[in-house]
Design a protein around this ligand. Sequence first.
Ligand code: F3S
Length: 408
Amino acid sequence: MYLTKEEEKMLDGEYGPAVQYAMKMLVKYGEIFDAEKMVEIKHAHISCTTWTIEYLLADWLEDLVKMGAKVRVPSSSMITNIDIDQWQELGISKEWYDNQMKLLEKLKAMGIKMELTCTPYFIPWVNLNFGDHVAWCESSAIIYGNSAIGIRTNRECCQSALLAAIAGRTPEFGFHLKENRKGKVLVNVKTKLKGSYDFSIMGYEIAQYLGLRTPVFKGVERASVLDLTVLSAALSTRSGVTMFHIIGATPEAKTEEEAFQGDKPEDKIDFTDEDLRKAHKQFRVGNEKVDYVYIGCPHLNMDNLKKIANLLKGKKVANGVKLIIGTLKALKKIAAEEGIEQIIKDAGGYLISDTCYVAMRHALGYPSGTFVFNCMKQVYYLREGKAYIGNIKECIDAAITGRWSVRE
Ligand code: F3S
């Protein structure tokens, strides 16, 4: 692999053992994927944050800290299993808190900001532009970033994203190269998508046919930021895709020809009224008492928090229902200043950050019951009960009335 003089120095240990180790590992990583060179990154989003999955990395993180590792680029962190500030209120044990902090303290020591979110693109200080290279963990964020913003990242793991942050670069292969960003599968959307839940359901249904192939959606009339975030999260459930295109809506798909970079699709799939009807029957139609409502998959931005506050103002969550709303730490602070958090609290709900329901349920002891979510990703990962999907208004209505009620 070609290395610049600066990168040679890094590899030779001139910048200390941590940078040298990171470069050694990244060169090996790049060689496996035939990368010809490194590319400098503007930002890293790093996992190694959930005790349930990444506890095995605690010793590795400790070794990096001892080597003096520091990130060279602005770096944020992925969600944890608990809300760091409200774990007691939520009924989480001190043991969970202590375990979580074992990972987070090490990441903090390396200079990683404790944003603890799956939507790094909503962090106020993360300013990325079309074409910027980054190294991101978190499948839904990776898909959203590549597709909706046009930044370039592969599907990094905890280790590769952290090493890229320490070296400030990552091997140039995969989705860092324009030719690998072309669409592969044409998805003809032959139905009207009525709410964010339809975008999420479509992502979930189509994902099972994709494998690693990039889908190109044709026939989608409009897509809001929320529609794109829930589509990204749903695609990440049953496929390994890294990005999607929507013709006329995402930045690398002004036309069908641009989305496929002049090639023909390898495959074509129709998404029809009947597909949507069947999915609605499975995931939306029902009439029963609700136990939990979680809105915030992926973590919500300010527009959605304001919408929720308007819907909840002066109302009360029904007895026996737990309403939890998930956002980023930085936005939770703004929500507190603007009185949004108080409205949610007054209604009997929780505004949380640092985690989401499916990540937190381990620390909550896997409560079971009937759940309402705003995204298929939560529906997919829930194992302890029945789950329905709705848009923000339907989720809030369910929390207030204590019932989920959608007819065929
Ligand atoms: Fe984020 Fe949790 Fe959904 S990590 S994408 S809110 S499952």
